[in-house]
Every structure is written in structure tokens, then in C-alpha cells.
Design a protein around this ligand. Structure first.
Ligand SMILES: [Zn+2]
Ligand SMILES: [Zn+2]
Length: 181
């Protein structure tokens, strides 16, 4: 399976690509390619896209669809986190006269990246998109209540008494002040 396109074959008509891969394909984020507690890719990684020539530029549109098996950052439950996103990039011909320094600065504008022919491997663009979309924290649900730091109760299932107790103590302290007057 390959995502290599031949730039000279590109015309006004788009070339479509559609592939799926196992997790070892994500060489740019190796920690997600092996089973571990922090998170790894489960099932197949589905990608699809199209490339069309626009003048000397290439217009790449792509979609990625995968599932990350991981632990909720707040409550610690095991979850399957779906990750689906699309991207739209304009690739410009690599300007050979550009200095190495300029080349290092320009990727800041992620919507304009360079390409080089005659064979262009689209793999890194899809891999990069997945790396960009991985959240820093995975949550089982946006409103996850997490775990009580005092008693360890998963607060998504039941409230614990800790908060109530600390409120009671505060109330008692206030009453004590009033009586003391
Ligand atoms: Zn959670
Ligand atoms: Zn508690």
C-alpha cells in the first residue's frame, strides 16, 4: 500500500487516495504504535483524500479516522477515543534556492508546505495531521467529574461525603465563632 503519487500525471482532475493501515504505520508518534497504558491506536487507521493541480501548486485535501485506546485523564477509566478530522493544504513547489534557514521558518504557516517531484509521498501529511489532532488530555466525556482526591471515589458514578463533611466543618466553625461572641 502506498500513498505515492506521480506529480507529472496530475492534471486538473483530482487523484483520489484511500487506504487503511495498522498502528505501526504511525512512525512519527512511535509511543502510539505499541500497546501501553498511556494510549495506543486500536483497530485500523483510515485515511482518504484527493490531490489536484492548481497552477504549479498542489491542493491536498485529506481525512483521517482512527480510535485511540487510552485512559481518561481525569477519572482513569479505560476509553476508546475516536479521532476524526480533515485538512486542506496547498503545497508549493520546493524553492531550491531558499536557504535552509528560511525553510526552517516557513513551516509555521502550516497551510503552505513545499512538495518535491516527480514522486510525492503523501504519507507524512496524513501522519502529521494525526499527530496535530491528538489531544494533550483524553477525557471519557467532556463533563467527566474525575476522582475525589480525598477518598478516591469516581464521581461520575456517585458523589462522596468528603465535600459535604468539609462544608459541615466550616459551618461548625462559623457557629463556634457566633457562640463565642
Ligand atoms: Zn473520565
Ligand atoms: Zn471523597
Amino acid at each position: 500500500m502506498s500513498l505515492i503519487i506521480h506529480v507529472e500525471n496530475l492534471g486538473a482532475e483530482a487523484i483520489e487516495v484511500s487506504e487503511d493501515f495498522d498502528r505501526s504505520w504511525l512512525a512519527n508518534i512511535p509511543e502510539y504504535t505499541r500497546e501501553n497504558d498511556l494510549g495506543y491506536v486500536k483497530d485500523r487507521i483510515k485515511i482518504s483524500g484527493s490531490v489536484v493541480k492548481e497552477g504549479t501548486n498542489l491542493h491536498l485535501r485529506g481525512e483521517v479516522d482512527l480510535t485511540v485506546h487510552t485512559l481518561c485523564s481525569r477519572c482513569g477509566e479505560e476509553i476508546d477515543f475516536p479521532l476524526a478530522s480533515d485538512f486542506d493544504l496547498v503545497l508549493m513547489p520546493d524553492p531550491e534556492r531558499t536557504s535552509e534557514l528560511e525553510r526552517q521558518l516557513s513551516p509555521e504557516d502550516l497551510n503552505h508546505i513545499y512538495y518535491r517531484g516527480p514522486e510525492l509521498d503523501l504519507t507524512p501529511y496524513f501522519q502529521e495531521q494525526i499527530a496535530l489532532e491528538l489531544p494533550i488530555q483524553f477525557l471519557c466525556r467532556p463533563e467527566c467529574k474525575g476522582i475525589c482526591p480525598n477518598c478516591g471515589q469516581n464521581l461520575n458514578y456517585a458523589a462522596c461525603e468528603c465535600l459535604k463533611k468539609s462544608e459541615d466543618l466550616r459551618l461548625q466553625a462559623l457557629r463556634g465563632l457566633k457562640i463565642g461572641k
